[in-house]
Design a protein around this ligand. Structure first.
Ligand code: GLC
Length: 752
């Protein structure tokens, strides 16, 4: 709580609820009311209710000079913008990173061909806009789950936000940096839960793997081919006549046996669950939901019925806590079989009728405050995932569930990961997955990714190879494809493509310590897992709309090739020095470079000062983890770098009771001396790494020494030591083996 100067005109003091306790001072200044927080001032002009937001120095952050309502009670707010404004966020939208000149609708929709630039509404609606003005950034979150429109096209030096139903209930979020806006927005709407580590592995899917034998065969093939994989998804054909919470008795006669067999292979099952419950008086789920009145109703009190995969179906009323609890508990059917993850699809909800969804005048009970479907349409999918995540958690004996959702609203990140729906095997769709997932990340939804290889249409070996290279570094990594398209498992196009897919999926698994640490950062601070360069280099004009390359955390820069027959591409390296991950070549940043990228190469760069944590790539995160950690230091000649390395058991919620390890790593290089500090901030998990192999790469020294353990004559001798080091002058690499348990350590490399 910040104490504030008292002014004579103070009328009221209010404590705004929110992430941080903030004191508001409200004053009557004659022509306007002034609302002051510890960060900014809002001026509300009495004459026309226009709003002005300024920072403490009086600098204008935003102006909302007009609000209006039409006769149908649709409301609109207009905000002034400068000529040099850039817009980001808005969740899952097509187009580029910068949303200047675009118009989007928020109305969760299942479109047949959704990933084209003129589509204004997709499966997710995150009504959160980041406005980046040259001097400072701010965010506007419209908390309205009905239909709304963000228009950055029509009003010249202004943008408008319009709500069809409900009010213009918006939050103004000051920066000054985009990072501050994202942090505050996610403090308000929530951050990802640390997911089970297996869900960060590779997922394989197909609409559909048709029977138990095919699923088992798929798993065995992954193991024979030594391609890492943690998850196989079951699409709608596993069910008995598309009835949710059933297995087809002929195609899947022994799901429990299948799941047990798969577990031995290190693979888990994630079955699809749609919200539509088949209207079948003989079917238990329908009977229970009907008897307890848990389905959405029409205004005349009869259940809303709409066709989806099972034919005429009814839809649980997830706005009501009672229905959510019932639905959550139905998942015991799965948890009792050993299933720990659920895939929520069609939850916009998509209905095969004229409205393409539940009728807008249908009713939701909403815990005793009835609302129409139109007023809360965009909440439906998120509330389904909330019910699912909570039900699974209740039934998993302390293990973390994984939920994947197609639809969502602001806050979906608390319950589910998100995939971007039905893209197609087009190069263009691979390219647009980058800005889409980057903007999802800026909108709080950091655990997301597209169907790798493309869902509809037919992929090619080349497209699959390139898409897998990119997808291997995305937060959510799943290959999924549609009925009757060519097969696109990693081995479907012969050995060359298979090798490329294997190599990059392995890269993902070897970077698991880094990836998991970045997931933890997202869970703690809301920072996206993959980031547009803009987030880390906000002053650089070259990156305002750069979205064909991205950062994983803040240390690795990937620049995928997303065109056919293309083996070179331009890469922008921001300020500082960078190293080519593959060749080790040092490149000066602040300029464009030409990357040579034959089909087996993803252009990937490491920032000078980076501390990259790796492990031996396992074929599944379930298999016993390697106890050896590798830390590659991209030694800064004159500079520094830092990384927070996090670890826990990867499956339970014990980390909430402090069963985790957090190491603050820091490297500094100056005048021929390099220092690496490893500071165990917290060590509450004893299953962590027992052997640490640290390599100082790119040392510009003819000779050097280290005061730690014994000096080994060569690599082989070093392997045998519990503590010691070796300098390979040809490679310019000093390798140290550290012994556990790791106390505060400082390694100082000195020239000699
Ligand atoms: C929807 C989903 C897709 C799934 C299909 C069948 O189109 O987006 O991923 O495979 O339904 O369930």
């Amino acid at each position: 709580m910040v104490s504030m100067k008292m002014t004579p005109a103070i009328m009221e003091r209010k404590s705004a609820s929110g992430a941080a306790e903030t004191e508001l001072l409200v004053a009557d200044a004659g022509s306007a009311y002034l609302i002051e927080t510890d960060e900014m001032m809002v001026e509300v002009v009495k004459l026309d209710a226009s709003l002005r937001f300024t920072d403490k120095s009086g600098r204008i952050l935003a102006r909302n000079p007009m609000m209006a309502w039409n006769e149908y009670k649709s409301a609109i707010a207009l905000f002034r913008a400068s000529e040099n404004v850039h817009y980001y966020g808005l969740g899952e939208k097509t187009g580029y990173l910068d949303k200047r000149g675009e118009r989007y609708e928020m109305w969760n929709s299942d479109n047949y061909a959704p990933h084209v630039p003129e589509i204004e509404a997709l499966y997710q609606s995150i009504p959160f806009l980041i406005v980046n003005e040259p001097e400072s950034a701010c965010g506007i979150f419209l908390d309205n789950p009905g239909r709304s429109v963000f228009d950055m096209r029509t009003s010249g030096q202004a943008f408008t936000i319009q709500a069809e139903t409900g009010g213009l209930d918006y939050y103004f979020i000051p920066g000054p940096q985009i990072k501050d806006v994202v942090k505050k927005y996610t403090a308000l709407t929530g951050r990802i839960q640390l997911p089970p580590q297996w869900s960060i592995g590779y997922h394989q899917s197909r609409y559909s793997y048709m029977d138990q034998e095919e699923v088992l065969e798929m798993a065995r093939t992954f193991r024979e081919k030594e391609i890492p994989c943690d998850v196989i998804h079951l699409d709608i054909h596993y069910m008995d006549g598309y009835r949710v919470f059933t297995f087809d008795p002929v195609r899947f006669p022994d799901p429990k046996g299948m799941i047990a067999e798969l577990k031995k292979l290190g693979i888990r099952i994630v079955p699809i669950i749609d919200p539509g419950v088949k209207l079948d008086p003989e079917y238990g789920v329908y009977q229970e939901g009907t008897a307890s009145e848990l389905f959405c109703m029409k205004p005349d009190g009869s259940p809303f019925v709409g066709p989806v995969w099972p034919g005429p179906s009814v839809f649980p009323d997830f706005s009501d806590a009672k229905a959510r609890e019932w639905w959550g508990d139905l998942h015991r059917f799965f948890t009792e079989m050993g299933i720990e993850g659920i895939w929520n699809d069609m939850n916009e909800p998509s209905v095969f009728n004229e409205n393409k969804t539940i009728d807008p005048d249908a009713l939701h009970k909403n815990n005793g405050n009835p609302v129409t479907h139109g007023e809360i349409h965009n909440l439906y999918g998120m509330l389904m995932s909330k019910a699912t995540a909570e039900g699974m958690t209740r039934n998993l004996d302390g293990r973390r569930p994984f939920v994947l959702s197609r639809a969502g609203y602001a806050g979906i990140q608390r319950y589910a990961a998100v995939w971007t729906g039905d893209n197609r095997s087009f190069w263009e769709h691979m390219a647009l997955a980058m800005p889409m997932v980057l903007n999802l990340g800026l909108s709080g939804v950091s655990f997301s990714g597209p169907d790798i290889g493309g869902f509809g249409h037919h992929t090619t070996g080349e497209l699959l190879a390139r898409w897998t290279q990119m997808g291997a570094l995305f937060p959510f990594c799943r290959n999924h494809s549609m009925l009757e398209t060519v097969r696109q498992e990693p081995w479907s196009f012969g050995p060359e493509i298979e090798d490329i897919c294997r190599e990059y999926i392995r890269l993902r698994y070897s970077l698991m310590p880094l990836l998991y640490s970045v997931f933890r950062e997202a869970a703690e601070t809301g920072m996206p897992i993959i980031r547009p360069l803009l987030l880390e280099y906000p002053e650089d004009p070259n990156v305002a709309n750069l979205c064909d390359q991205f950062l994983l955390g803040d240390q690795l820069l990937a620049a995928p090739v997303y065109r056919p027959d293309t083996f070179h591409r331009v890469v922008y390296l921001p300020e500082g020095n960078w190293f080519d991950y593959r060749t080790g070549e040092k490149l000066e940043g602040g300029r464009h470079v030409m990357a040579h990228a034959p089909l087996d190469t993803l252009p990937l760069y490491v920032k000078e000062g980076a501390i990259i944590s790796r492990t031996a790539a396992a074929e599944s995160t379930i298999f016993e983890r390697s106890t050896e950690l590798f830390l590659d230091i991209y030694t800064p000649e004159n500079g520094e770098g830092a990384f927070d390395l996090y670890d826990d058991d990867g499956t339970t919620f014990d980390y909430k009771d402090k069963a985790y390890n957090l190491y603050r790593l820091r490297v500094e290089g100056a005048e021929g001396t390099v220092r690496l500090g490893v500071h165990p901030e917290w060590t509450g998990y004893d299953g962590g790494w027992k052997k640490w192999t640290v390599t100082f790469k790119h040392l510009q020294l003819a000779g050097c020494c280290l005061e730690y353990g014994k000096e080994a004559a060569n690599r082989e001798e070093l392997e045998a030591l519990t503590e010691g080091w070796h300098f390979d002058s040809d490679a310019g690499e000093l390798t140290v083996v550290l012994n556990q348990p790791l106390e505060d350590v400082e390694l100082v490399v000195k020239a000699r």
